[in-house]
Design a protein around this ligand. Structure first.
Ligand SMILES: [Zn+2]
Length: 83
């Protein structure tokens, strides 16, 4: 028998409100940054941005999505200005 009880002690910090939350209240918003960084020649999903947020807080969820979108825009701009 495998004891999964240790999972109940796992907690994560929301990157949006900076609060420590139990594992089941934290979700991860993942975005593929590969194209934004101009690395798509190397394949897909080379760089992934994982942002943790409170899944019971609509504000944190929206901020996490915005955070990832802003990062993609920023990286795309930087990537294009290098060419
Ligand atoms: Zn939060």
């Amino acid at each position: 028998m495998i004891d999964f009880d240790y999972m109940k002690d796992v907690s994560w910090r929301c990157q949006m409100c900076n609060q420590e939350r139990p594992d089941d209240k934290i979700s991860v918003h993942s975005s593929d940054l590969t194209k934004a960084m101009g690395l798509n020649d190397m394949g897909d999903d080379i760089v992934t941005l994982n942002t943790k947020y409170c899944n019971d807080n609509e504000g944190c969820k929206k901020k996490a999505q915005r955070h990832n979108e802003d990062m993609i825009v920023k990286l795309t701009r930087e990537h294009l200005s290098e060419e």
